[in-house]
Design a protein. Structure first.
Length: 340
């Protein structure tokens, strides 16, 4: 299929683009490069073995998106584009609602007018809110504790409503847990701007000398070592989940399908620091700090539905995740080169 990948130059989008191409699809990247860099494109070209078609378009711009989809002959959309920092969403809620909801509305409108009837949506485990039991199952009620999470809840609802209005539309809602890792080549990986919001890139920057120490927020949780536990999955496994979901949309009669993408096994902050210490060959410094407001003790998936319906499992280990992240970060200590 010819697939439009919104946000395809970003962390998860770039890895998924390569896997789509490896699976025989034609992937076309659209990205406004506000949270990614154009310098990723030649790296993707080299890894793919051929130039990848791409467009610098803001998909919240309805006219520009309409023009792109009208002339694109696309058969499906994988929608990654959006803002994703929880703390920033609290500080800038209107930007998060404008960008995240606006991009989805813009793409759906253009898809509807030009016969594109499949969309795979990048959702999040944040839609389970803060009081969900573990492991988290797809049928749990949805909620949120911050504007970023609410945008995901709302985007899911928009997509469900669109599928009711258009019975030919097929939607996959993929609820990610904690993507980490990098391409095995070390050529592409996670390159957050500013201070990382997530644990793994923060640990990697400490390992490479960009930051002094890892801050561990809370060691008094009701977990085996007192630190919070999360469901980390390798970005390559996550990318494979998108390819599997896209294939499934070609055969399912269900208008909307929801799948958790996670390992089902939680790893604590201390365990992750220890694993990365093994990967980089030295003990990494860390400091225990007070709990952060809103953090929960544990969050991990029940991924059995994805295994049963998609034939998908997240197979890479925590050590593999850390080794691949370290390869990326050590080869690219400052991340991607700045765009000229």
């Amino acid at each position: 299929m010819r697939i439009l990948v919104s946000g395809g130059a970003g962390y998860i989008g770039s890895h998924t683009t390569l896997q789509l191409i490896a699976a025989g699809h034609e992937a076309v990247i659209v990205d406004d490069f506000s949270r990614s860099k154009r310098s990723v494109i030649p790296r993707l070209d080299a890894l793919a073995g051929a130039p990848i078609e791409w467009y610098a378009v803001d998909v919240t711009d309805r006219d520009a998106t309409e023009s792109l989809v009208a002339g694109g002959s696309f058969e499906a959309v994988i929608h990654f584009a959006g803002l994703k920092a929880v703390g920033e969403s609290v500080e800038q809620p209107l930007d998060y609602y404008r960008v995240n909801l606006g991009s989805t509305l813009s793409l759906l409108a253009a898809m509807g007018r030009h016969g594109v009837r499949k969309i795979v949506f990048s959702s999040s485990a944040t839609v389970y809110g803060e009081n969900a039991a573990v492991p988290m199952e797809e049928d749990f009620p949805t909620s949120a504790t911050n504007p970023y999470g609410w945008t995901k809840v709302m985007q899911e609802q928009i997509l469900r409503d669109a599928a009711v209005a258009d019975p030919s539309l097929r939607v996959a809602l993929l609820r990610y847990f904690n993507p980490v890792g990098a391409h095995a080549s070390g050529t592409i990986g996670e390159d957050p701007s500013g201070i990382p919001n997530n644990l793994m890139p923060l640990i990697a920057q400490v390992a490479v000398g960009r930051r002094e120490k890892v801050m561990v927020f809370g060691d008094d949780y009701p977990t085996p070592d007192g630190t919070g536990r999360r469901d980390y999955l390798h970005v390559e496994d996550l990318a494979a989940g998108h390819v599997a979901a896209l294939d499934r949309l070609g055969t399912t009669a269900d208008p909307v399908s929801t799948w958790n993408l996670g390992t089902g096994t939680p790893t604590s902050v201390r365990e992750m620091v220890d694993a990365f210490s093994r990967a980089c060959g030295r003990a990494l410094p860390f400091e225990i700090a007070p709990r952060r407001p809103g953090d929960i003790a544990e969050s991990y998936a029940d991924p059995s539905r994805a295994e049963t319906e998609l034939g998908w499992t997240a197979d890479r280990t925590i050590d593999q995740m850390c080794e691949d992240t370290w390869r990326w970060q050590s080869q690219n200590p400052e991340g991607y080169p700045d765009d000229e």
